[in-house]
Design a protein around this ligand. Structure first.
Ligand code: GRF
Length: 196
């Protein structure tokens, strides 16, 4: 049984999905938000999961990351999941949690890293989009992929309708990927995701 911590900045629907699937592989021991009033905080607190708000304003990236690192260690986290966490983490933090730090991104990585993903996918008239869970490495959205799910892009899609379709797949993808990681079914080795 692994202790997972989840870092959020907003609504927390992926956090909810991770909470719903906790069981024999992992349990969520802490939720950290850099944004006060983030919806996910209430979801976690209502389920009795400890929450911490660590505002990032007025501090250096390193100071903020050190504060996050401290609460993660205090909570005994083995794995850290970024779920709509809208801060770039310092190289030092990423290296310290290497192989234990994962993120979900709403595209079929390595395509469409960064922000405004759904707008760009629609602009490019892609037929397919999706979501990826990946190990976090210092370069943004560039880490080895653990799991992906795809959805069709319809000609009538708006960024909102496409986001909703992708989000639905995120909610089944992220718990599956976390279960795989928590049970040793995937690990980061020499910069590659190694399975089995
Ligand atoms: C998701 O689309 C996730 O892929 C992206 O931010 C969104 C977070 O949504 N990184 P939620 O807070 O989990 O509802």
């Amino acid at each position: 049984m692994k202790n997972a911590a989840v870092l959020i900045s907003g609504r927390g629907s992926n956090l909810s999905a991770l909470m719903a699937a906790q069981g024999s592989a992992y349990r969520i021991v802490l939720v950290v938000s850099n944004v006060e009033g983030a919806g996910g905080l209430e979801i976690a607190a209502a389920a009795g999961i400890p929450v911490k708000v660590i505002p990032h304003q007025g501090k250096s990236r390193e100071t903020f990351d050190a504060e996050v690192d401290a609460v993660l260690r205090e909570a005994g986290a083995d794995i850290v999941c970024l779920a709509g966490f809208m801060r770039i983490l310092s190289d030092g933090f990423v290296r310290a949690w290497e192989g234990k730090l994962v993120n979900i991104h709403p595209s079929l990585l390595p395509a469409y890293k960064g922000i405004r993903v759904h707008e760009r996918v629609i602009e490019a008239k892609e037929a397919l989009s999706g979501a990826s869970v990946h190990f976090v490495v210092p370069e943004l959205d560039a880490g080895p992929v653990i799991a992906q799910g795809s959805v069709p892009v319809h000609p009538s899609d708006t960024p909102q309708t496409l986001a909703a379709r992708v989000l639905e797949i995120e909610h089944s993808l992220y718990p599956q990927a976390l279960q795989l990681l928590a049970t040793g079914g995937v690990r980061l080795e020499k910069g590659l995701a190694v399975f089995g």
